[in-house]
Design a protein around this ligand. Sequence first.
Ligand code: RB5
Length: 155
Amino acid sequence: MRIAIASDHAGYLLKEKIKEYILSLGGYEIEDFGTMSQEPVDYPDYALKVAEAVARGESHRGILICGTGIGMCITANKVPGIRCALCHDVRMARYSREHNDANILALGARLIEAEEAKEIVRVWLTTDFQGGRHERRLKKIAEIEDVYAKVPLRS
Ligand code: RB5
């Protein structure tokens, strides 16, 4: 499974730990879209890179980290086809996969400890979408996207 990952300055240190953790699990390939230091940057720039990689199918899933995870989540969800979930515990991570088929996970580095974040990531990566009644609801989300879609994805 190919995973696109990015953070802003507030999420940089956690991003590095999460990358190392994911690689230690085995079976994952990571594409890191930055940022590469704690120098202040703007989270929308980084959220967009990961969201577009996932929406284009270049990565199977994405992980975005900022101070709270909120800005990353808001931005990623602007991209058609993205279902980004902000998860601050393992139960949210599990539900976001089982019910929402979340394709991007947003984390808040200022709100959770690295060990909690690793467990959230592990559960999120290994939990399958349940389908069934949830499929119908995701279809409704896609229909809303279609109504408001004005421009195609950039190539
Ligand atoms: C940066 O200070 C902070 O605003 C950002 O990391 C994030 O929390 C935004 O949602």
